[in-house]
Ligand binder design. Structure first.
Ligand SMILES: CC(=O)N[C@H]1[C@@H](OP(=O)(O)OP(=O)(O)OC[C@H]2O[C@@H](n3ccc(=O)[nH]c3=O)[C@H](O)[C@@H]2O)O[C@H](CO)[C@@H](O)[C@@H]1O[C@H](C)C(=O)N[C@@H](C)C(=O)N[C@H](CCC(=O)O)C(=O)O
Ligand SMILES: Nc1ncnc2c1ncn2[C@@H]1O[C@H](COP(=O)(O)OP(=O)(O)OP(=O)(O)O)[C@@H](O)[C@H]1O
Ligand SMILES: N[C@H](CCC[C@H](N)C(=O)O)C(=O)O
Ligand SMILES: [Mg+2]
Length: 499
């Protein structure tokens, strides 16, 4: 994979090159801390710092070439390339450096506000049942078959992503199934990937801090669908799989200039669920429509998961997986870590940990809880700091409307004041429902213990927002924190005290 700087420069238009030496580039980096001997360093102006400031650090770590958006000081022996747009240069150079791995495997991209992780896990299990070798990239982790690698963003930046795809090609993967976040699409992190099948789940309020308007947010997602017909594509048979019950479906459909499979519960669609039966441990459903005819017994519950299953079925059909394999895989599919996950420690009430961190996610989970609840619903939740503030009052209102007892607590407050976040959450609670808004307890552990203490036989405690996360990001740093662990300890203490 090492390449001469000349071959990389050939990919650029309008580059101003000084110190035009013949060097071999052994790695491409945009983080000075990862630069090694022989690296090419891209100076990226970020949201918090400017990568141009890190040229000295990159050089002392061994960078032999630098691509920058403005003039930077480098010694004579270093190749300096000035371009108009560093991001555009990365889009050209990075996939080329890794030999375009995204064109060597079938790639399935899943986008939408909620359901991406769940759908990618379901698709992975179907494709594995069909005998394919699969790589997975998303919020929880990267998987190359069964090998697990850590991940920092739902969709990694262009360098991490291309490097990961390169490893997947080397390991012989047939398929990559990945979550494609709106940030990734807006920031061109997925440049150089050629998706074969793309799934749209839904679009509801989130990330307006970044996208500013809902329209921009939708257009960012739509880029995944326009990419299916990009002129530079090399593989054939593209399919867009779209949830047409969602209000933003039309935008995705307009951008998808390829075969489209629609799925829905409310509307007529190519893949349509009926005879839906939701219960505490799973669901049964008939998936019909022009493309499907299968009765399914599922081990995951909630109407939202019926949508997720249809999205996954659509992707599998697009990839020509036989219906009997899909059915078998779904019968064996049990759960996604931190998504409607039960904590069982011998108690006579239910405790469910769920990653709902958007208004729509929370509403769906609480609706499902109400469908299966015998008694009260006690909800512990909060909202992340340094994230879309408009979500907070809406989630406060939904929690109070759909729970009997709400304990508002911190999610990942990041640099924000936890008390302030909870005030913004409380502001959305309707005065008539304020009685349900039981307490604000900023310390998440104390809040979970309190909810467990309040729980009576047959109640459901929902602990929302952090799901699989095993950390909490506070102003003072990141600490270990795992909702499931804390809930299990709280239950044990309650049982030991005989309450
Ligand atoms: C808004 C956003 O997406 N920010 C991403 C961006 O950070 P940034 O623009 O702040 O970068 P920066 O810290 O200013 O650094 C600028 C440049 O200097 C470099 N640098 C920095 C320090 C140093 O010592 N040396 C050095 O070279 C950095 O590597 C970078 O190239 O580039 C970083 C490196 O790739 C990302 O980790 C970071 O994601 C942050 C952590 C983040 O929280 N992103 C969230 C909002 C996000 O992307 N979320 C979506 C999921 C949403 C969903 O699914 O709902 C995701 O895909 O994860
Ligand atoms: N199809 C859906 N519609 C609405 N809510 C959903 C759906 N699927 C899952 N949820 C809710 O959203 C939460 C997150 O689900 P999941 O992790 O699958 O979504 P995601 O899109 O990957 O989220 P993220 O943007 O954080 O990566 C779940 O815990 C559940 O509460
Ligand atoms: N992908 C989402 C995850 C939010 C998870 C929640 N626990 C929080 O920290 O707000 C984000 O980065 O906005
Ligand atoms: Mg996810």
């Amino acid at each position: 994979m090492p390449k001469s700087i000349k071959t990389l420069i050939e990919k650029l238009d309008n580059a101003k090159i000084t110190n035009d030496a013949e060097v071999d580039i052994t790695s491409v980096e945009c983080d000075s801390r990862r630069v090694k001997k022989g690296s090419l360093f891209f100076c990226v102006k970020g949201a918090t710092v400017d990568g141009h400031e890190f040229v000295p650090a990159a050089l002392s770590n061994g960078a032999v070439a630098v691509i920058a958006g403005r003039d930077v000081d480098v010694p004579d022996n270093i190749v300096k390339i000035i371009v108009d747009d560093v991001h555009a240069a990365m889009e050209k150079i990075v996939p080329f450096f890794y030999d375009y791995p995204g064109k060597k495997m079938r790639m399935i991209g899943v986008t939408g506000t909620n359901g991406k992780t769940t759908i990618t896990y379901i698709i992975r299990s179907i494709l594995r049942k069909a005998g394919y070798k699969t790589g997975l990239i998303g919020t929880i982790k990267i998987m190359i078959e069964d090998e697990i690698l850590p991940i920092h963003n739902t969709t990694p930046d262009i360098i991490d992503l291309q490097q990961t795809l390169f490893c997947m090609v080397k390991a012989g993967m047939d398929y990559v199934i990945m979550e494609v976040s709106s940030h990734a699409l807006a920031l061109h992190r997925v440049a150089g990937c050629e998706y074969d099948t793309a799934v749209f789940t839904n679009l509801t309020r989130d990330h307006l801090d970044f996208h500013k308007t809902f329209e921009n947010y939708a257009l960012a997602k739509a880029r995944l669908f326009s990419s299916l017909s990009a002129p530079e594509n090399e593989k054939g048979n593209k399919t867009a799989v779209i949830n047409i019950d969602d209000g933003a479906a039309a935008v995705m459909q307009q951008h998808a200039k390829c075969r489209t499979f629609t799925y829905a519960i409310d509307k007529q669609a190519d893949i349509k669920a009926d005879n839906i039966n939701i219960h505490a441990d799973g669901a049964s459903v008939h998936i019909g429509g022009s493309l499907c005819n299968m009765d399914l017994l599922l081990n995951i519950t909630g109407l939202f998961n019926i949508y997720n299953v249809m999205g996954a079925v659509g992707a599998a059909l697009a990839e020509n997986v036989a219906p009997h394999i899909i059915k078998e895989a779904l019968a064996d599919f049990h759960s996604v870590p931190g998504r409607f996950e039960l904590v069982r420690a011998g108690q006579d009430f239910s405790v469910i940990v769920d990653y709902a961190h958007t208004p729509d996610g929370l509403e769906n989970v609480l609706k499902t809880a109400r469908q299966i609840a015998k008694k009260n619903i006690i909800t512990v939740f909060g909202c992340g700091g340094d994230r879309d503030r408009t979500k907070r009052p809406i989630m406060g209102r939904i929690a109070a409307e759909r729970s009997d007892i709400v304990i508002a607590t911190s999610d990942n407050p990041r640099t924000e004041d936890p008390e302030f976040i909870l005030e913004e959450v409380e502001n959305g609670v309707l005065p008539s429902l304020h009685g349900n808004f039981h307490e604000k307890i900023t310390d998440r552990k104390t809040a979970i213990y309190r909810a467990v203490e309040l729980a009576q036989k047959d109640d459901i405690v929902i602990i929302a927002g952090k799901g699989h996360e095993n950390y909490q990001i506070l102003k003072t740093g990141t600490i270990h924190f795992d909702d499931k662990e804390v809930a299990a300890a709280a239950i044990k203490r309650k049982l030991s005290e005989g309450k």
